[in-house]
Design a protein around this ligand. Structure first.
Ligand code: ASP
Length: 442
């Protein structure tokens, strides 16, 4: 019998997880059961993916750079990538602002709903934690993120998943230095990293064997931890605008892939789908990164020289879904609380949301922290931050899941078009299976 394709397996796991989660909400002990006995399997899966992220970036970026025949190519890839990232993010923010101004989801929200949301969430642990995190980030200067990119201790950088950009900096520095000592001298190190890279990609294959079960656990847990459906209903119009905007971004990527990479967008989405489904289930582009890299290289055909740089950088700095959401959320909050936002203020949002999305960590809910910085930039009164966040908190998780899908799809799109533009998009990629050499060792 032909084995069911991975994305179908994952999708079945997701649907069963949702149904199971809903079922459990009807039982008195259901929520506790899911939290204690089901959710840990989802958490273990995310931990496994994060476990291999640093070795994967290190090995694949060094392999990517040391395969280059001349360094100027790398500068070329780097500049294009950053340019396109800034371009797509700007499109996302402007799209979000246009939609929220046209549809005005915040106008006409009743005092009663605002009151209810405020009393439920303004003092909620989740909201206060986000505000605290935001005030820590607000204290930094404009060049802080560049400063933060440079590590002062390589081992400390490698030991912290939050310091992905530092790892990338160190690795590029090392890769370029390897090129400069000449092929002979660099060979032992290059062979080591080549082999490490193969091993880590095999680890991705093995971890993915458990993906259908893990997404079951993750989604069941999302369902039992979500808010009261009545509150969700009050925010339906706002959530609808975000979802519509995110959908348009996917259409935008399809057009880019079609026009610039000359690939069928449906084929592209199908190849990428396991990574998108994981992005949805984990709400974290960082946790999804190993799978995104595997799909983009082995299934879409992007050469490692491109993907090893474009994808890890993208996971941290390119968040189109998040920035679209920040634009919509900021204006929605202003509309609901009758805070004037003239055109100039909205243009400020474009700029700050762009910087904020660069500074947003690729983990669940981080977009909401940076939203505070966007609100601050337009002069929103600080004593109302908590009320503002309370208004959108109830639907943040499902929207986070969706915006993470867009974040990951955006990275993969840019990797594909950059690869095409430098002649590094291969037509017949070869995908490895976890058991390719199993017979030799079993
Ligand atoms: N969860 C998102 C990501 O990891 C970030 C966010 O929008 O909160 O891509």
């Amino acid at each position: 019998m032909k084995k069911l394709e991975l994305h179908w397996q994952i999708m079945i796991g997701m649907v069963l997880g949702l149904l199971f989660g809903f079922g459990m909400t009807y039982l008195d002990w259901g929520k506790e059961f899911v939290t204690n006995w089901v959710a840990p399997f989802g958490t273990i899966f995310i931990k496994l993916l994060k476990l291999i992220a640093v070795p994967l970036i290190l090995a694949s970026l060094i392999k990517g750079i040391s395969d280059l025949k001349d360094i100027s190519k790398f500068r070329n890839i780097g500049l294009r990538t950053i340019g396109i990232y800034v371009g797509t993010t700007t499109v996302a923010i402007i799209l979000g602002l246009v939609l929220v101004n046209l549809i005005e989801p915040g106008v006409g929200i009743s005092e009663e709903t605002i009151e209810k949301l405020t009393s439920t969430f303004a003092n909620d642990k989740g909201v206060t934690a986000k505000l605290e995190e935001a005030s820590r980030q607000q204290d930094s200067g404009p060049l802080k993120f560049v400063e933060d990119m440079v590590p002062d201790n390589a081992v400390a950088a490698l030991a912290n998943n939050q310091l992905m950009l530092q790892v990338i900096f160190f690795t590029i520095f090392m890769g370029i230095s390897m090129l400069l000592i000449g092929e002979d001298k660099a060979r032992p190190l290059k062979n080591f990293f080549d082999s490490l890279n193969d091993v880590v990609l095999k680890m991705v294959d093995l971890i993915m064997l458990s993906a259908p079960f893990a997404v079951f656990a993750l989604l069941a847990n999302v369902v039992v931890s979500s808010s009261d459906p009545e509150i969700l209903l009050a925010l339906l119009k706002y959530a609808g605008v975000v979802v519509f905007g995110l959908f348009l971004m996917i259409v935008f990527y399809c057009i880019l892939v079609w026009v610039f990479a000359k690939k069928n967008p449906f084929w592209f989405l199908k190849q990428l789908s396991p990574a998108q489904l994981l992005a949805f289930s984990t709400s974290s582009s960082a946790a999804t990164l190993p799978v995104t890299m595997e799909r983009v290289e082995e299934h879409i055909g992007v050469d490692k020289e491109v993907s090893s740089f474009v994808l890890p950088v993208g996971a941290t700095v390119n968040m189109d879904g998040t920035s679209l959401y920040q634009g919509i959320a900021a204006v929605f909050i202003a509309q609901a609380l009758s805070f004037e936002l003239p055109l100039m203020a909205q243009l400020t949002i474009v700029f700050t949301a762009l910087l904020a999305s660069i500074g947003t960590a690729a983990v669940p809910g981080a977009g909401m922290v940076m939203l505070v910085i966007v609100l601050e930039s337009v002069g929103f009164p600080p004593d109302k931050y908590a009320i503002g966040l309370a208004l959108i908190f109830a639907v943040d998780r499902p929207l986070d899941m969706l915006r993470t899908v867009v974040n990951v799809t955006g990275d993969a799109t840019v990797a594909t078009i950059v690869a095409k533009s430098v002649g590094k998009l291969h037509d017949d990629p070869k995908a490895d299976n976890w058991d390719d050499h199993y017979d030799e060792v079993k």
